[in-house]
Design a protein around this ligand. Structure first.
Ligand code: TMP
Length: 241
């Protein structure tokens, strides 16, 4: 699977086909995974997607910045960047938002309209954490611009995979070898980003669930799977009540 293609939609869970169609699933579910560098999102997303498909849900996995050809081109610019021209914080913010606008319009909204669970590796909380808390761009300006870029699309649930900065950066170095433009930022920058994520989670604890990602992959996988399947069951119960 490439990041620019949405995997084929699977049939809905057989036992739900006999029931009245579930309204929440008629408009899809938007689930985002967030976290500092090396928190393991990209490892966990395919595992969660597989578990959800096994449980009978339709799933589309995607990532930010990226998910469409234009947005992936912006990602390359953002992560490789020209070495001799510093990218200004506001430029960086506008680039991630431009990529998001394409992604929401061409990938996320159509997948939600098909009734899929959309699993997205990073979304708006990354903009608030990296460009807001990390770079110091005004949070209220970012919120307004993000609303314009997304048409007010807000995730139904966000999982914040939290890991101490030094541990995450070490994992990242092991996994990849090479580092991108943002990985190369100072430890202080990455500390501000992590604190930003945790601040956002403490402000909206019902929508953002913090997962301790500094544990073995299998332990984190099991916690994520139980949390998401439980959350989906509660949501289905509420919408059919
Ligand atoms: P990653 O998803 O492989 O970690 O790489 C994406 C990088 O882009 C990561 O360093 C975080 C950064 N980013 C932002 O700075 N702002 C954003 O809004 C998003 C979505 C990502």
């Amino acid at each position: 699977m490439t990041w620019t293609t949405i995997p084929p939609v699977l049939p809905v869970r057989p036992n739900t086909m006999k029931q009245t169609p579930d309204k929440s699933f008629a408009r899809g579910i938007f689930l985002t995974l967030e976290g500092p560098e090396g928190s393991g999102k990209s490892t966990q997303i395919p595992l969660l997607a597989a578990a959800l498909r096994t449980a009978g849900y339709r799933v589309a996995s995607t990532r930010e910045p990226g998910g469409t050809k234009v947005a992936e081109a912006i990602r390359t610019l953002l992560l490789s960047g020209p070495s001799n021209e510093p990218i200004m914080p506001e430029t960086e913010a506008l680039l991630v938002l431009a990529a998001r606008s394409q992604h929401v319009a061409h990938v996320i909204r159509p997948a939600l309209a098909r009734g899929s669970i959309v699993l997205c590796d990073r979304f708006a909380h990354s903009t608030f954490a990296y460009q807001g808390f990390g770079r110091g761009v005004s949070l209220s300006w970012l919120q307004t611009a993000n609303r314009a870029a997304t048409g007010d699309l807000v995730p139904d649930l966000t999982l914040l995979l939290d890991i101490p900065v030094a541990r995450g950066l070490a994992r990242r170095r092991q996994a990849r070898g090479g580092r991108n433009r943002l990985d190369r930022e100072s430890i202080m920058f990455h500390e501000r980003v992590r604190r930003g994520f945790l601040t956002l989670a403490s402000r909206t604890p019902r929508r953002i669930k913090v997962i301790n990602a500094d544990r073995p992959v299998e332990v984190v996988r099991a916690e994520i799977e139980a949390l998401v399947l439980g959350w989906l069951r509660t949501r289905q119960r509420r919408s059919s009540a």
